[in-house]
Design a protein around this ligand. Structure first.
Ligand code: 5GP
Ligand code: ZN
Length: 106
């Protein structure tokens, strides 16, 4: 999607550093961290939110990506959050999974 900020990040438009990436997703630091560690796991495929996702394989791959990046960074414990819809606090309408650890303010 051309007007989606996360699609632009995935496309490399802002030179955002990817902490981790695979065939399905990229992972980068949240620009406004709400914890000591605050990462975003973002599927390469644009889908507005969990409500529009009908690909269970992709959902599984995203959760495995969470696990893999946590392992890479040595995070044994962490919280995952998916905000779905405006009322739940979703600001960017490209599905993403937050990974949070330490002094979580979300
Ligand atoms: P949401 O509220 O939609 O679940 O989470 C969106 C997250 O994306 C927020 O935590 C916000 O700080 C982060 N964010 C928004 N724009 C950018 C950006 O341009 N770069 C990065 N790295 N994070 C962003
Ligand atoms: Zn997008």
């Amino acid at each position: 999607m051309t007007d989606c900020i996360f699609c632009k990040i995935i496309n490399g438009d802002f030179g955002t550093e990817f902490v981790y990436e695979n065939e399905y997703a990229v992972v980068f630091n949240d620009i406004n961290p709400k914890a000591d560690t605050h990462l975003l796991v973002v599927p390469r495929f644009h889908v507005d939110s969990l409500n529009q996702l009908d690909d269970e394989l992709l959902l599984g791959k995203l959760m495995m990506t969470v696990k893999d990046v946590a392992k890479k960074l040595g995070l044994n414990s962490y919280r995952t959050v998916i905000n779905t819809g405006k009322d739940a606090g979703q600001e960017v309408f490209h599905l993403h999974i937050h990974i949070l650890k330490g002094n979580i303010k979300l």
